[in-house]
Design a protein around this ligand. Structure first.
Ligand code: C2E
Ligand code: CA
Ligand code: CA
Length: 672
C-alpha cells in the first residue's frame, strides 16, 4: 500500500500522546517539587501565618505530586507493555496537571503581596522556566500547555501589571510576552509532534505490513521449495519410468522374446549401421541365412513346447559362432548372422561350424532330436550393397541350396542371380497366363496291367510362354512361391473335369489331377472341388487327386483333415512320387489312400535295391488295400518287369507321352 494511503487511528495517536506525556512527567514533577520547595523554604516570611499557609500548600502540592508520580509509574510499568486505553491515562494525567497548575497560579496570586522584590523576581523566573519547560514537554496536548502556562504566568503577570509599584509593570508585561511566546512555540511544537506521531504510526504500520508480507513471502517461498522438491522427485521418478519403458519398448521392438536374439527389426537396424561403417572403411562382410531342416516335423509331431525348447537351444549354439548383436531370429526356424571382415572362405568355414553345432542331438522333454541346417551366404559388397539385398540374396541362396541338397552350405553366385531374375520375369508372365490363354492341360494315359486298356489319364499342365514351352518342374514351384498355385490349380481341375465329361467314348475313364501342398492348405480348395464336380455329371469316384508324399512334411494335421474332407466327397486319393518323401507308415495307415504311385526313379533304375523298394511298396499297398501305379515306363522290358513284380497300373512314354485333349482323343480312337 502507498505510504500516503496508510491511515492512522486516533486511538493510536492518543496512545503515543499518553506515552509521551507520561515519559516527560518524571522530569516535570521533579522540577515542580524542587522549585516549589525552593520557593517555600528558601525565602523567609514576615509572618508565621503565611509560613504556615505556605507549608500547608506545599504539603498539598507534594501530595498531588506523589499521586501524579504514582499514577505515572503505574501506567509506565503496568500498562505500557499492553495496548492500553489512552483516554483514561490522558485524563488522569490532565487532572493531576490542572491541579498542579492551579496550585502554582493560586500560590503566585496568594503570596504576591508578601514577596519582596528578590522573591518576586525569583518566583517570576521559576514560573517562566517552568512554563518554558512545559511548552515543550506538554506540547502533545495544546489544551494542557495553554492551561498550564496560563495558570503559571498570567495570574502573577496581572498582579505585577496592576501593582501600585510601577516598577513591576514591566515585569508583568514581560511575563505576558513570555506567556504568548511560549504559547506560540508550543503550538508549533504541537504541530511538529502530531505530524511526527503520524509519521511514526505510519512507519510502524508500514513495518508491520512489510513484516507480514515478508513472512507471507517466506511462507510462499517455503511452499515453493517443498513443491519444487516434490516436483524434482516426481520428475526423477518420471524420468526413470520413461527410461524403463523406453528400454522395454526397445526390447519388445528389437528382440525376439523366445531366444532373446535380435528380431528382424533390431537386426536390420544393426546391419544398416554396420554397413555404413563397413562402406567407409572399405571392409567386407558376410551375411548368413540359416534355415533349420526337419524343424517343422518336430513342431508338428512333438508340439510347440518342444519346438520352443529346440529353437532356444539352437539359438544358444549359434551364439557360439557370432558376436553380440550379430545374430538374429529372422522368423520361425530361420536365423541370420553377420560375419564382419569375412572372406568367402571364412564365411563358409563359420557356416559349416554352425551346421555341425546344429546337428548335435538335442534332448527336449525326453525326446532326442537331431536337426540340420541349410545355409545361404551373401557377401558385401560383391553380392549386394544394402541390408535388404544381402538378406534377400542369402535367403534365395539358402532356398536354392535346400532344393539341391538339404543340410548344406551355398554361396550366392551370378547363375543363381540370373535364375532369380528369370524367375521374377516368369512370375510376372505367369500372373497373366490364364487370362492370356497360355495354359493347356495335357493328358497321359495310365494302363491297366491286366486288361492293357486305358484305365485313367493324368492331367499335366503345360505353359506356352511366347512360343517357349516352360516345363511344369520350373513354373509349378514358381506358382507355389508367388501364391498363384491355388488359382492355377483350380483352373486345371475345372478344365480337366470338363474335358473328361466331353469324352463320351470312354465313359468309365478316370482322371488323375495333381494337387500341390499350397492348394491343399488353401481353405477354398474343397469348395472349388465341389463346384467343379457339380458343374458336370462326372461321378466323384472317377476323380483321383494326386498328392505328393512330401505334403505331410508341412502341416500334417491340416493335411490329414483336408484329405478326410476330400474322401467324404468320394473322390479317390493317390500318393504321388512314393518313396521319395518322408511319410511314416503310421500316417499312411491312418489315411484311406486308394493308389500309390511308385516314383519313376525306382522304375528306371534297374538295380536290386530299387527292386527291393518296389517289392516292399507293392507289399505294403496290398496290406493297405491300395492299388499301385508304376510311373516312367519307357520300355517293354520295364513294362514286363513291373507287371511281373505285381504293379496294378502302368504309366510312361512307352504307352504315350502327355498329349493335348484333341491328340488324346485321336490316340485313344487309334489304339482302342
Ligand atoms: P508328376 O506328377 O510325377 O507327373 C509325371 C511326370 O512324369 C510328368 O512330367 C510326365 O510328363 C513325366 N513322365 C511320364 N512318363 C514318363 C516317362 O516315361 N519318362 C519320363 N522321363 N517322364 C515321364 P511333367 O508333365 O513335366 O510334370 C512334372 C511335374 O509337374 C509333375 O510330376 C507334377 O508334379 C507337376 N505337375 C504337372 N502338372 C501339374 C498340375 O496341374 N498341378 C500340379 N500341382 N502339379 C503339376
Ligand atoms: Ca502326378
Ligand atoms: Ca509322379
Amino acid at each position: 500500500m502507498p505510504f500516503e494511503q496508510i491511515t492512522v487511528s486516533t486511538t493510536e495517536l492518543k496512545r503515543d500522546t499518553a506515552n509521551m506525556l507520561l515519559g516527560n512527567s518524571f522530569v516535570g514533577l521533579l522540577m515542580t517539587v524542587f522549585s516549589f520547595s525552593g520557593l517555600v523554604f528558601f525565602f523567609d516570611n514576615a509572618s508565621e501565618k503565611v509560613t504556615q499557609l505556605q507549608h500547608q500548600i506545599w504539603i498539598f502540592m507534594m501530595l498531588v505530586s506523589v499521586c501524579r508520580l504514582a499514577d505515572a509509574l503505574y501506567w509506565k510499568f503496568k500498562l505500557s507493555k499492553l495496548p492500553f486505553e489512552p483516554t483514561a491515562v490522558i485524563n488522569r494525567f490532565s487532572i493531576g496537571l490542572y491541579i498542579t497548575g492551579a496550585i502554582w497560579g493560586f500560590y503566585s496570586v496568594l503570596f504576591y503581596s508578601t514577596m519582596d522584590t528578590i522573591e518576586l523576581a525569583a518566583t517570576m523566573i521559576i514560573l517562566s522556566a517552568m512554563s518554558g519547560g512545559a511548552g515543550t514537554v506538554l506540547s502533545p496536548s495544546r489544551a494542557l500547555v495553554a492551561f498550564y502556562c496560563t495558570a503559571l504566568l498570567v495570574p502573577m503577570s496581572i498582579c505585577a501589571l496592576t501593582d501600585s509599584n510601577g516598577e513591576f509593570f514591566i515585569l508583568g508585561i514581560l511575563g505576558l510576552v513570555f506567556w504568548i511566546g511560549i504559547f506560540l512555540s508550543a503550538l508549533r511544537y504541537n504541530r511538529f509532534f502530531v505530524s511526527t506521531l503520524h509519521l511514526k504510526a505510519k512507519n510502524n504500520k508500514l513495518i508491520e505490513q512489510m513484516r507480514i508480507e515478508r513472512s507471507e513471502t517466506e511462507k510462499v517461498n517455503q511452499l515453493l521449495l517443498t513443491t519444487n522438491g516434490k516436483l524434482d522427485a516426481a520428475n526423477a521418478n518420471l524420468e526413470a519410468e520413461v527410461e524403463r519403458r523406453t528400454e522395454d519398448l526397445f526390447r519388445l521392438s528389437n528382440r525376439d522374446p523366445l531366444t532373446n536374439l535380435l528380431n528382424r527389426n533390431g537386426f536390420l537396424k544393426h546391419l544398416n549401421q554396420l554397413l555404413d561403417t563397413t562402406k567407409v572403411l572399405h571392409n567386407s562382410l558376410a551375411l548368413l541365412f540359416i534355415d533349420l531342416d526337419g524343424f517343422k516335423q518336430v513342431n508338428d509331431s512333438l508340439g510347440h513346447k518342444v519346438g520352443d525348447i529346440v529353437l532356444t537351444e539352437i539359438a544358444s549354439r549359434l551364439r557360439n559362432y557370432s558376436e553380440k548383436n550379430q545374430l538374429a531370429r529372422w522368423g520361425g526356424d530361420e536365423f541370420v548372422a553377420i560375419i564382419p571382415y569375412a572372406t568367402v572362405d571364412t564365411a563358409k568355414a563359420v557356416a559349416h561350424a554352425m551346421r555341425s553345432g546344429v546337428t548335435i542331438p538335442i534332448m527336449a522333454n525326453d525326446n532326442q532330436i537331431t536337426l540340420d541346417a541349410t545355409i545361404g551366404i551373401a557377401m558385401y559388397p560383391e553380392h549386394g550393397e544394402s541390408a535388404v539385398d544381402l538378406i534377400q540374396q542369402a535367403d534365395l541362396t539358402m532356398y536354392d541350396q535346400k532344393r539341391k541338397q538339404r543340410g548344406s552350405v551355398g554361396v550366392f553366385n551370378e547363375t543363381l542371380h540370373e535364375e532369380i531374375k528369370r524367375d521374377q520375369r516368369l512370375c510376372e508372365r505367369l500372373r497373366c497366363a490364364i487370362k492370356n490363354g497360355e495354359l493347356t492341360v495335357f493328358y497321359q494315359p495310365i494302363i491297366d496291367v491286366k486288361t492293357r486298356s486305358v484305365s485313367s489319364v493324368e492331367a499335366l499342365l503345360r505353359w506356352n510362354c511366347d512360343g517357349e514351352m516352360i516345363p511344369p518342374d520350373i513354373f509349378i514351384p514358381l506358382a507355389e512361391r508367388s501364391g498363384l498355385m491355388p488359382e492355377i490349380g483350380a483352373w486345371v481341375l475345372n478344365r480337366a473335369i470338363i474335358d473328361l465329361s466331353h469324352w463320351q467314348f470312354a465313359d468309365s475313364l478316370c482322371l488323375s489331377v495333381n494337387v500341390s501342398i499350397t492348394q491343399l492348405l488353401d481353405d477354398s480348395f474343397v469348395k472349388i472341388l465341389d463346384n467343379a464336380l457339380s458343374s458336370t455329371p462326372v461321378a466323384p469316384e472317377r476323380i483321383y487327386l494326386e498328392v505328393t508324399e512330401s505334403v505331410f512334411a508341412n502341416n500334417a494335421e491340416l493335411v490329414t483333415l483336408r484329405l478326410s474332407e476330400l474322401v467324404q466327397r468320394r473322390v479317390k486319393i493317390s500318393i504321388d512320387d512314393f518313396g521319395t518323401g518322408y511319410s511314416s507308415l503310421h500316417r499312411l495307415q491312418s489315411m484311406p489312400f486308394d493308389f500309390i504311385k511308385i516314383d519313376r526313379s525306382f522304375v528306371q533304375n534297374s538295380s536290386e535295391e530299387s527292386d527291393t523298394i518296389i517289392r516292399a511298396t507293392l507289399l505294403m499297398a496290398r496290406e493297405f488295400s491300395c492299388k499301385t501305379v508304376a510311373e516312367g515306363i519307357e520300355t517293354n522290358e520295364q513294362l514286363e518287369h513291373l507287371a511281373a513284380l505285381g504293379a496294378d497300373y502302368l504309366q510312361g512314354y512307352y504307352f504315350a507321352k502327355p498329349m493335348s485333349a484333341s491328340d488324346f482323343i485321336s490316340w485313344y480312337n487309334d489304339n482302342y
